[in-house]
Design a binder for this molecule. Structure first.
Ligand code: ZN
Length: 223
């Protein structure tokens, strides 16, 4: 498991992502082990049925537990004992934390989610639900498909460019796209950090592009 100091140093209990060596987090037993190792409550872990959409939902007591998973691709919370997570294999996990209001969120921003600006929606959801000010937010772009490897069709790359999202020929830069969206949402650029790790060429992680075997990494955030 990788821990992300740029957020944990600000007081966030857990900002982490599992590695292949932690098992396949598509399965509950692996998720439980990762939560325990991170010091987060597996019983209270809130996940979603991810649908590559743009819906960001609040995680709270009435929605806890894996069995109650709702459809969506982003979670926000201000409850200390309520870890939130998304499952990824090349899709971008975006972590958000406001140390002032002590609220945070996590987003599953794949190609579709990035295209529909889900990271910016998460900023709005934090403002709306918890009175967070975007200027107080810190963002982190977790390990995911990097601009080095993420190639799509010419048509798709053009569609991204037309939307003002970074693309070079057939390569999409989902990292920079999400940085720009957070910035556009009011998060200062100086408060946005990148893991800079590409899951397609870094074999420590499950990668759908490299090996589509259903393996998933758990991106985990706990206040
Ligand atoms: Zn790469």
């Amino acid at each position: 498991m990788l821990r992300f100091a740029p957020l944990e140093d600000l007081g966030l209990s857990v900002a982490a992502m599992s590695e292949k060596s932690d098992g396949n987090c598509a399965h509950a037993d692996a998720r439980r082990r990762v939560c325990e190792a991170a010091g987060a409550s597996y019983e209270r872990l809130t996940l979603l049925k991810q649908v590559h959409g743009d819906c960001v939902l609040p995680a709270n007591a009435s929605h806890g537990g894996e069995a109650a998973a709702r459809e969506g691709d982003g979670l926000v919370t201000d409850e200390a004992a309520r870890p939130v997570g998304v499952l990824v294999a090349d899709c971008v996990p975006v972590y958000l934390f406001d140390p002032v209001k002590c609220a945070g969120g996590i987003v599953h921003a794949g190609r579709a989610g990035t295209y529909s600006r889900i990271a910016q929606r998460a900023v709005r959801a934090l403002e709306r639900n918890y009175g967070v000010l975007a200027r107080d937010l810190h963002g982190f772009i977790g390990p995911s498909a990097g601009p080095c490897c993420y190639e799509v069709s010419v048509e798709l790359a053009q569609a991204f460019e037309e939307r003002g999202l970074p693309a070079r020929q057939r390569h999409l830069d989902l990292w920079e796209a999400n940085v720009l969206q957070l910035e556009g949402g009011g998060v200062p650029r100086s408060q946005i950090a990148l893991a800079g790790i590409c899951t397609i060429c870094d074999t420590r992680f499950h990668s759908h592009r490299r090996k589509p075997d259903g393996g998933r990494n758990l991106a985990l955030l706990a206040l």
